[in-house]
Design a protein. Structure first.
Ligand code: OOG
Ligand code: NI
Length: 272
């Protein structure tokens, strides 16, 4: 599989789940902008056959290289940033939940999900947009996970796929700041993640980011209960050059900590 094929499949799956992303994409194209992806992000559990260590070989096979690890103690996550084989391709951010740090009840729920995974499916790159590799959980189990980790609850129903694509604001002509991009997105009637402020980061940390509030969809839980749940979101990033003239390639943990909340309907609507 070529990198272009990989991202085409990933994008198709992502926009099917996230109609707002196609709308935003098309709105900027209509205004004459070229869409280049800064990065794409994935979420997983550090349990069963889909751990970060088990998924990483797919990225390495596509030519990605490990760049830098990140740790999010409060959210019980660890992550890695990966650099693409060529500059026109997006970076990748892959995080995993530290399941050991959850209650035994939550761990039992997660083990029940990852225990259903067909390990053969994890051996192909298609696993990166396979979605749920287990039966839908009950709404009760979803809420139990939500009480401890919004990330765990989200992953239990959405599964493996692009959690977000990120537009590179550096490649925009008219909308040349994250603020201008967010104003345009808002003018389409879409919500912005205000957790930690609309714009995370600054030129001083060499990265500014903003994101939408995740799209919403109806989900059928085990037993047939239907509830509206958050799906995926879209991000916008502007990178700056360090004093040595090189464009910053990393992520900023303090900003990422707030970007994660784009799927959290409880907090991200309000600044905090
Ligand atoms: C990833 C959040 C972090 C960034 O650009 O800092 C991130 C997630 O929500 O899974 O993407
Ligand atoms: Ni991101």
């Amino acid at each position: 599989m070529t990198l272009d094929q990989f991202f085409a499949k990933l994008w198709n799956d992502y926009t099917a789940m996230t109609p707002q992303a196609q709308r935003i994409h098309d709105a900027f194209v209509a205004d004459g902008e070229a869409i280049i992806n800064d990065h794409v992000a994935f979420r997983t559990f550090d349990r069963g056959p889909i751990t970060l260590a088990n998924l990483e070989p797919h990225l390495l096979a596509l030519g990605y290289t490990r760049f830098e690890p990140y740790d999010f103690a409060a959210k019980k996550l660890r992550a890695y940033g990966y650099l693409p084989p060529s500059e026109e391709q997006p970076r990748i951010f892959l995080s995993e939940l530290k399941c050991d740090e959850l209650s035994t009840t939550a761990q039992r729920i997660i083990d029940g999900l990852v225990g259903q995974i067909d390990a053969a499916r994890v051996g192909t790159p298609e696993v990166m947009w396979a979605g749920r590799l287990w039966d839908a959980p009950s709404f009760e189990d979803y809420q139990t996970l939500m009480d401890e980790s919004e990330y765990a609850a989200w992953l239990s129903i959405i599964g493996l796929r692009a959690n977000h694509f990120t537009i590179s604001v550096n490649h925009f002509q008219t909308y040349d700041s994250v603020e201008k991009v967010l104003d345009k997105v808002e003018s389409l009637g879409l919500g912005i993640n205000a957790s930690g402020g609309r714009i995370k980061g600054s030129p001083e940390v060499l990265l500014e980011q903003g994101s939408t509030l995740a799209d919403r969809a109806e989900f059928t839980f085990a037993g047939g209960q239907v509830e509206e749940i958050p799906t995926c979101y879209y991000e916008f990033a502007k990178r700056y050059r360090a004093s040595d003239g090189r464009l910053y390639q990393g992520f900023v943990a303090a900003s990422a900590d707030k970007i994660f909340e784009s799927t959290d309907v409880r907090g991200a609507r309000h600044a905090g």
